[in-house]
Design a protein around this ligand. Structure first.
Ligand SMILES: [Mg+2]
Length: 190
């Protein structure tokens, strides 16, 4: 039987990008300090120093390689998911960050093979049964096309979480059990 495909985002889903970008922003632009809680919109340009463009904020060489794991459970849960599901890592990347992201995966979750690593911004074009992501622009189209989703809650998706009925996971603890349940329910219904 074909295994269900589980697509998992990287940034702010299995590692902390925004918190690390804020850390460097606050060192380099102390007149425009940011806090994680301020990041209530997907586009946070208006909060930053005019010189702190998207390229500056997210473009620090090596940034994507040094990101911290989302929490103490994420590696083990991904390992468990990888054993029973068709797990793919789907992440939007710039050409310059593809290698950094692959290196990060090799360092923290080496059981993910190159066949499971997909860099892609238009995630709605992909076939998957369940998407785990923090981006409303990815989650809502997936939800509306009838796929299962799990949202990793952050200030920038709080509004959508209130508006849509989206399951959320603020920790990766028991993620495999939660996902099993969501997919079993979906299988019973279809
Ligand atoms: Mg993300």
């Amino acid at each position: 039987m074909k295994k269900p495909i589980i697509a998992v985002d990287m940034d702010d889903t299995i590692c902390h990008l925004v918190k690390r970008a804020i850390y460097y922003n606050n060192i380099n632009f102390p007149t425009h300090p940011l806090q994680y809680e301020d990041m209530v919109h997907w586009d946070t340009r208006h909060l930053r120093h005019p010189d702190c463009t998207h390229e500056v904020f997210y473009g620090r060489p090596g940034l994507f390689e040094e990101l911290e794991l989302y929490d103490e459970y994420v590696v083990e849960e991904l390992r468990k998911l990888n054993e029973v599901y068709d797990l793919i890592i789907v992440t939007a990347a710039e050409p310059s960050t593809v290698m950094e992201k692959w290196n990060w995966l090799q360092m923290h979750v080496p059981f993910i093979t190159i066949e499971q690593f997909i860099t892609c911004k238009r995630k709605q074009l992909l076939t998957f049964d369940l998407l785990i992501d923090d981006g409303p622009h990815n989650l809502i189209p997936a939800l509306e096309s009838g796929r299962k989703v799990i949202c990793i809650p952050h200030p920038w998706n709080r509004q959508q979480l209130e508006q849509y009925d989206i399951p959320q996971m603020s920790s990766w603890k028991n993620a495999k059990a939660i996902i099993d349940k969501i997919l079993q329910r979906a299988a019973v219904r279809s």
